[in-house]
Ligand binder design. Structure first.
Ligand code: ADP
Length: 455
């Protein structure tokens, strides 16, 4: 109310001015009425003039872009200007805050791993994040205000949107790279729609792999079981001579062993997948492993191949002994099994400059065509199924090798040429390789170095 006081003062000043004018006019003319009238008129005029000037200044400011400060007058017009200016600043601040919140909200949706797409009531794109743009091959700027069904023409998607029943998500296969999307639509506001898309390619693939795996295991077990059931039936219903009986029992034993090997490999795989990564603090002598493997390989070869399996490496490897044994043994027995009589199988060790080490199993066997090589470590993948089974293979060996190497921070590499032979290399990281003489270094220091390089 500070303006009221100044206004009263101004009115008082104007009255006083009018009074002085009235007295002067009366003195000059002697007319009482004229003096009074002129005094009132001039007092009111002064007040009006001041108001007009100040009001006009405020109005000019209001009509402008209001970037400058409001006119700083005293009294009523000053306070009016100040209040209007404050209201406008509050409004600007609220708008800026709203814009910031909207930006933050959109950035959060932008960062979402899911695709988010907003459609208006005419199915036109109002906004979409980068993931949705990628899922539906859209351009987030150029395609705004375009009808989604003009841009995403997959019949299943168009039909899903048009049907308007969104209780179940739509599973849509996209042609690109081929991938699978799960699409959920939610309605909001007046006819607006929120389209959420999720890339479920990996999930679909792993479900398919699980189904294939179960089908493969069932098939692998059913075959020997069928054979066994046939033999049991034969033994029941036919009178067999002692020789025939012996032969049937040998065959039955073979089938049983086949199932046992399969179950053992499956258990190994399950264990590899379910257990934590082996700590690099337990050291195993590579020469000791090779000695045991060579004994089995010699028995398997039965003198049909030239074997050089025991290089003196003097090396120790860090990891789980049984896993390392299984990985190397798988490669060596494969080399023997897939090398015709008279061929050669050799194991070699090489320490590389960076401290890592490479164990190579080389054979002069059948070799593998280039197109099969990337798939060899898939479970149950075989190049020649009948040879694999004849020689007691399960189709899981290389898959086990790959898992073991991954768990030990290493790698399995395969080179092969049909008719010439194969070279399977196991590369161990430096942290898991040491010369037996280095063990004097102290296990704790080696453990720390290994743990650092593993992560
Ligand atoms: P399997 O039990 O059938 O041997 P693996 O996983 O050990 O299963 O090997 C997968 C396939 O890779 C084999 O079926 C075989 O066709 C091929 N293979 C593996 N090692 C060799 C090798 N040394 N020489 C030729 N082919 C090989």
């Amino acid at each position: 109310m500070t303006w009221l006081l100044s206004r009263l003062l101004k009115a008082f000043g104007a009255v006083f001015f009018g009074f002085v004018v009235g007295v002067v006019v009366r003195k000059l003319t002697g007319a009482d009425g004229l003096g009074l009238a002129l005094g009132v008129a001039s007092g009111v005029s002064v007040v009006l003039l001041v108001d007009v000037v100040r009001g006009n200044r405020l109005l000019t400011w209001l009509r402008g872009n209001q970037l400058d400060n409001a006119p700083r007058d005293t009294g009523l017009w000053g306070e009016l200007g100040y209040r209007v200016e404050r209201a406008m600043r509050d409004r600007d601040r609220a708008v800026a805050r709203g814009r910031l919140e909207l930006d933050q909200f959109l950035s959060a949706i932008e960062a979402s791993p899911n695709g988010v797409l907003m459609l208006d009531s005419h199915e036109q794109i109002v906004w979409c994040n980068r993931v949705a743009a990628d899922h539906f091959s859209l351009d987030p700027q150029r395609d705004l205000r375009q009808r989604i069904t003009n841009l995403v023409r997959a019949p299943a998607f168009v039909a899903y949107l048009q049907a308007g029943r969104f209780d179940e998500p739509l599973v849509l296969g996209t042609g690109r790279a081929p991938s699978t999307l799960s699409i959920v639509v939610r309605e909001y506001g007046e006819g607006m729609r929120l389209v959420l898309s999720l890339d479920i390619t990996e999930r679909v693939r792993s479900e398919a792999m699980r189904r294939d795996f179960v089908a493969n295991v069932s098939h692998e077990i059913r075959t020997p079981l069928t054979v066994l059931a046939g033999f049991i039936e034969t033994m029941h219903s036919l009178p067999l001579t002692a020789v025939e009986r012996e032969r049937v029992l040998v065959l039955m034993t073979q089938q049983t062993q086949r199932m046992q090997t399969l179950v053992a490999d499956l258990l190994t795989l399950a264990q590899l997948e379910g257990s934590p990564r082996p700590a690099p603090d337990r050291w195993t002598s590579l020469d000791g492993l090779l000695l045991r493997i060579a004994a089995d390989a010699e028995a398997l070869s039965a003198g049909r191949h030239r074997l050089r399996l025991k290089p003196a490496t003097g090396v120790e490897l860090a990891g789980i002994e049984s896993e390392l044994l299984s990985a190397i043994a798988n490669l060596v027995t494969n080399a023997v099994r897939y090398t015709p009589d008279g061929g050669e199988v050799e194991v070699a060790w090489r320490q590389l400059e960076d401290g890592s080490g490479e164990l190579t199993v080389i054979d002069t066997g059948l070799g593998i065509a280039r197109e099969h090589i990337p798939r060899l470590t898939e479970r149950f993948y075989r190049v020649d199924g009948s040879r694999s089974r004849e020689t007691g293979g399960t189709g899981l060996g290389l898959s086990i090798v790959k898992h073991v190497m991954q768990r030990h921070g290493g790698e399995l590499m395969i080179q092969s040429e049909v008719g010439k032979g194969s070279r399977f290399r196991l590369v161990f990281p430096a942290a898991r390789v040491r010369q037996a003489s280095d063990s004097a270094l102290g296990d704790e220091a080696a453990f720390n170095a290994a743990a650092l390089s593993d992560h």
